[in-house]
Ligand binder design. Structure first.
Ligand SMILES: [Zn+2]
Length: 213
């Protein structure tokens, strides 16, 4: 699905979107579930993109539906991987996730990436801005590119509206709400969540925040 001339939601990841930025650099945002990896490579092939041309893989947070195909895509692309310094130990399995996510980790063993880097202190990857938005996880980030905000699991969308994800899956619900308010300070037109469909910002974010209070 095309969001703009440079931004696509990869069709095979519908409902758990991986996004592609096709600009001076080629960038993947998140990597889906373990089962998504081969299909992501097929999506890229159908767009005439050689995986080796991917420069960066940017991770919004450490959950399995976002880093599930990270090792596979790292191997296929050789891209530089970046995630928040707070979430990297969870991605590497050095710290156990909480409650239900810990159980999932026992059931599904993820391959770990070989190399993973923290987002730079200035929060800029080329002209993508990394915005620290903890709450869903300790180190969750949103990524702003031009007029598009990639919100990861800060919230989802449902029937064209913003909706909360299940609260039991969040690390800290009140910090999550603060992060949603923080995002509203930025200038952008499109909201691209992992779960649900991309929507135009319009008044959706304002209305959602007003209902949070
Ligand atoms: Zn998710």
């Amino acid at each position: 699905m095309k969001i703009s001339d440079e931004v696509y939601a990869l069709d095979s990841t519908k409902g758990n979107y991986v996004y592609l930025i096709l600009a001076e650099e080629i960038i993947l945002i998140d990597t889906g579930l373990p089962k998504n990896g081969e299909n992501i490579l097929n999506d890229l092939k159908s767009m005439d993109i050689n995986p080796h041309d991917i420069n960066h893989i940017l991770i919004t947070h450490d959950d399995m539906d976002h880093v599930g195909s990270l090792a596979l895509l790292e191997k296929a692309s050789g891209a530089k991987i970046l995630a928040s310094k707070e979430d990297i130990p969870y991605i590497l399995g050095d710290i156990n996730r909480h409650v239900i996510k810990r159980i999932l980790n026992y059931i599904i063993k993820l391959k770990k990436p070989e190399n993973i880097n923290s987002y730079p202190e200035d929060g800029m990857i080329g002209n993508i801005k990394v915005i620290y938005t903890p709450g869903h996880t300790l180190g969750h980030v949103c990524l702003l590119y031009k007029d598009i905000m990639f919100v990861g699991d800060l919230f989802r969308t449902k029937n064209g509206e913003i909706a909360m994800g299940p609260s039991f899956a969040n690390w800290n619900n009140s910090i999550l709400k603060e992060s949603i308010v923080k995002i509203d300070e930025y200038d952008f037109k499109w909201i691209c969540p992992a779960h649900g469909e991309p929507i135009k910002r319009d008044n959706h974010l304002k209305d959602f925040i007003n209902n949070l209070k």
